[in-house]
Design a protein around this ligand. Structure first.
Ligand code: 5AD
Ligand code: SF4
Length: 440
């Protein structure tokens, strides 16, 4: 019987990319992937620790796996990723259920750890590394559409945002060799992929040094854009303190670098930003948005916001709302502050905004964002976009679905065009999440 592995992935795009690396490592060790959990001899959960509710979901899943393990005694269960790194051996205590615990920098050890577990021992490796980038590993693509894919360009994070657990679970920042990035992108293109997203916690600080030569992010982005004009290039995430005009000009020069920037503001209050250790002020953020609007007039902008961070007053909250109103984000991910053990905020500040106030502020923020994005979507009616087709629309087999350079989802009546092709679409109407148009 072939050994089958089932991987469930939670959290950010970085974890999606990591699961593909894990699959590559395990396939060399004789495992084949399965999408059917009941066929698996090994179940891995690639986990997220960013907020407590992300971890609670994993505990919930483990309850379900308990039943599977009762039916199949030799089934092995592994927790990998950020929660593995944060909780380490503590994960083994859960009802003798978990066999393997592996942190994000130890995936190369998975075959031997799995073998150890198969021999009946608990297997743990949560060592963080200063060098590991998995540069030489060719990920096994597990995406559904075969058109868009993620490429990891760096790992870890050196920014110490007071609320954030990431530097503790993903270790120090390190960049991947640009040559290995380019060859991965070329391979994707040759296999029919037409949209790649370069991933890092803070892509603007990408830096590959070799002897005298240094490759920074704008140069890397340009190299990727030059792989082929038919390949769309995206990136995530930018940090407002580091995003440079040079990057914006590079984006402007290349039609295939997508005109969308995810620029997490977190708060609109300079006082809160300082407590968060974000290293920029409200004014700095606004200046960066102005630069984007000037250099890239067609660029879409999205953000992350946190409500109810330590000491946040009604006035600070209003400043977050007014920044959102001013910036006109096409999209925003909004969260209530959740204290994470061991972070700077947990050690130094009191989590003193009551839960009801956090919730009320979050609702107010979501309502504002909904209003803003509906307004912005209306502006797209009558516009023409180049849409990269990703497949059949989920709602109706009569429609195709794709995205614009600005990362907006467009659906339009099916025609002879297919996945991976570009279509010129005139937008005729919108729903809350989608633009609807027709091919011209
Ligand atoms: N509480 C709430 N939101 C958080 N984020 C990160 N840490 C926390 C936390 N402790 C949010 C930030 C970040 C996004 C990925 O998650 O907005 O940009
Ligand atoms: Fe991604 Fe952060 Fe969650 Fe880890 S903790 S999976 S880096 S969002």
């Amino acid at each position: 019987m072939p050994k089958r592995v089932y991987i469930e992935t939670y959290g950010c795009q970085m974890n999606v990319a990591d699961s593909e690396v894990v699959m590559s490592i395990l396939s060399k060790a004789g495992y084949t992937p399965t999408s059917e959990i009941n066929d698996a001899g090994l179940i891995l959960i690639n986990t997220c620790s960013i907020r407590d509710n992300a971890e609670q979901r994993i505990w919930g899943r483990l309850e379900v796996f308990k039943h599977l393990k009762k039916k199949k005694r030799d089934l092995k269960i592994g927790i990998i990723g950020c929660m593995a790194e944060r909780l380490k051996e503590k994960l083994l205590e859960k009802d003798q259920l978990v066999d393997i615990v592996v942190g994000p920098d130890a995936y190369r050890e998975l075959p031997s750890l799995v073998a150890e577990a198969e021999a009946g021992h608990k297997a743990v490796n949560v060592l963080l590394s200063r060098e590991e980038t998995y540069a030489d590993i060719s990920p096994v693509r597990m995406d559904k559409n075969g058109v868009s894919s993620f490429v990891s360009i760096m790992r870890g994070c050196n920014n110490m945002c007071a609320y954030c657990v990431v530097p503790y679970v993903r270790g120090a920042e390190r960049s991947r060799n640009h040559e290995s990035i380019i060859s991965e992108v070329k391979e994707l293109f040759d296999n029919g992929y037409r949209d790649v997203t370069l991933l890092g916690q803070n892509v603007d600080s990408y830096k590959w040094e070799e002897g005298q030569s240094v490759v920074g992010f704008p140069e890397l982005l340009q190299k990727v854009a030059l792989v082929d004009p038919l390949l769309r290039v995206r990136f995530s995430t930018s940090h407002p303190k580091d995003i440079s005009d040079e990057l914006l000009h590079t984006m402007a020069r290349h039609n295939n670098i997508c005109k969308h920037i995810h620029l997490p503001a977190q708060s609109g209050s300079s006082r809160i930003l300082k407590l968060m250790n974000r290293e920029y002020s409200r004014e700095w953020y606004m200046e960066r948005v102005k630069a984007i609007r000037t250099i890239l007039p067609e660029c879409a902008l999205s953000t992350d916001m946190i409500t109810g961070f330590c000491t946040e007053s009604e006035e600070d909250h209003k400043e977050s709302l007014s920044l959102m109103e001013w910036a006109g984000f096409d999209f925003a991910y909004m969260f209530k502050y959740n204290e994470r053990p061991g972070t700077r905020a947990a050690r130094k500040f009191k989590d003193d905004v009551p839960e009801e106030i956090k919730s009320a502020r979050l609702s107010e923020m979501i309502a504002l964002q909904n209003k803003n994005s509906a307004k912005l979507k209306k502006n797209d009616i009558g516009m023409i976009f180049d849409v990269l087709i990703e497949g059949i629309s989920k709602r109706s087999a009569e429609y195709l679905s794709g995205r614009t350079s600005q990362n907006k989802v467009v659906v339009f009546p099916r025609n002879e065009l297919s996945k991976g092709c570009y279509a010129r679409i005139l937008i005729e109407r919108t729903t809350s999440a989608t633009l609807i148009g027709r091919s011209i």
